[in-house]
Design a protein around this ligand. Structure first.
Ligand code: PLP
Length: 407
């Protein structure tokens, strides 16, 4: 008799976006003629940059010749991509990263979800609230979160980020071993300054905390003073793992490529206090459970760093950030309280009239035929807030803003 991992049975309902899809589908059945505009799920809509496609076409041709065919590659990624990552994403900002610290993967969701494999089941978890649901659910599956009561997991420390603290998290009231930070933030679209991020690195250094730093949206940062990498902060190499993704940067959500940095100085501990290199554990985990990102995909990712690739990626980001500016301005004009959207492709707004976030979702869907994401879906501090994404088509974004004028 095979017993199941019963931690899975504790997971709260289905995935947030499945609940939303259900509601949208029932609306469609009852209102077949209405045109819905989706500013809900965090997926990009612009096509893959030409430089990336050209590189991928060429890589397909490489695969068609005996001399340039690629079978299994290194599990950690090809050095052509690792070198481009180090040179452009780190060395250019004065950060030195060794090639053995870079792990190319099929995306940051997998890595943020899988990283827990190398950590004991009884570590305590801290998250900023609201939060990207993957951090919580992957820890539920590993049995780290305790029981679910009144919207919260008993063993998760929730660090509220709301308008009251300008979305800047306070140090946690209770000890945590593993802390998830995501900046620029999904869902709030807010960022941390260098000083704020330094506060967290110092806290981690003093308290032996590991920070899981998700920088999937770093390419959207416009303000030159906002850190792109946690390693811009002194001491971060001893406490932080950083996750990056080509998904939102270069339209790779359907291609699948990201990478994770695990510095050599970063240690975990055994119960009897021995220091263990997390780099070597993650390397072992990767080589055992992963067989590498495809050659074609990695050639596509490499092209993101070519001169043409950089220009085309900048155009993509500018397109979405122009959407964000249009949305901010229009929603502010409606008299709404609006956050984010300046260094991230997300707009986080306070629901008007104290409506619950799901009530506001229904109102937007039924009265304006616009789909967004209810804040509560991202955690208890998301109640009373609502997320709109700037990843839509320009004309649809403009039309959605027109419809929302009626709020
Ligand atoms: C979209 C997103 C990612 C990227 O995930 P991929 O698996 O690389 O597509 C990671 N973290 C957050 C917070 C995201 O919103």
């Amino acid at each position: 008799m095979a017993l199941v991992n019963e931690h899975f049975l504790k997971l709260q309902n289905s995935y947030l976006f499945a609940d939303i899809a259900k509601k949208v589908n029932s609306f469609k059945i009852t209102h077949p003629k209405d045109k819905i505009i989706r500013l809900g799920i965090g997926d990009v809509t612009r096509p893959l940059p030409e430089a990336v496609r050209t590189a991928m076409h060429k890589a397909v041709d490489d695969m068609g010749h005996k001399d340039t065919f690629h079978g299994y590659g290194p599990e950690q990624g090809y050095s052509f991509l690792i070198d481009a990552i180090i040179k452009n994403d780190y060395a250019a900002r004065g950060i030195s990263i060794d090639p053995s610290e870079v792990f190319v993967s099929d995306g940051a969701k997998c890595d943020t979800g899988n990283i827990g494999d190398i950590l004991r089941h009884d570590n305590s978890i801290g998250v900023t609230d609201p939060v990207y649901p993957v951090y919580i659910d992957s820890n539920v599956m590993a049995g780290r979160t305790g029981t679910f009561k009144e919207g919260k997991w008993s063993d998760v420390v929730y660090i509220p980020c709301t308008a009251e603290n300008r979305f800047i998290p306070d140090l946690p009231s209770r000890r945590v071993d593993i802390l998830y930070l995501c900046y620029p933030n999904n869902p709030t679209g807010t960022t941390l300054s260098k000083d704020e991020l330094r506060k967290w690195v110092n806290y981690a250094l003093e308290n032996d905390v590991i920070i899981m730093y998700d920088a999937a949206y770093e390419a959207y940062i416009q303000d030159p003073d906002i850190p792109h990498s946690i390693y811009e902060i002194k001491g971060a190499r001893k406490v932080a793992i950083e996750f990056r993704s080509f998904s939102k940067t270069a339209g790779f959500t359907g291609v699948r490529c990201g990478y994770t940095i695990v510095p050599k100085e970063l240690n975990g501990f055994t119960l009897d206090g021995k220091h263990i290199s997390l780099n070597s554990l993650w390397n072992r985990r990767s080589t055992t459970k992963f067989n590498g990102t495809s050659y074609i995909t990695q050639r596509g990712a490499e092209a993101v760093y070519s001169p043409e690739g950089k220009q085309q990626v900048k155009e993509l980001i500018d397109y979405y950030m122009t959407n964000a500016a249009i949305m901010r301005e229009s929603l502010l004009k409606c008299g709404l309280e609006v956050y984010g959207g300046e260094n991230a492709p997300y707009i986080w707004l306070k629901t008007p009239g104290g409506l619950s976030s799901w009530k506001f979702f229904d109102k937007l869907l039924y009265e304006m035929k616009v789909v967004g994401t209810p804040g509560l879906g991202f955690g208890p501090s998301g109640e009373g807030y609502f997320r709109l994404t700037a990843f839509g088509d320009r004309d649809e974004t403009l039309e959605a803003m027109e419809r929302l004028n009626k709020i």
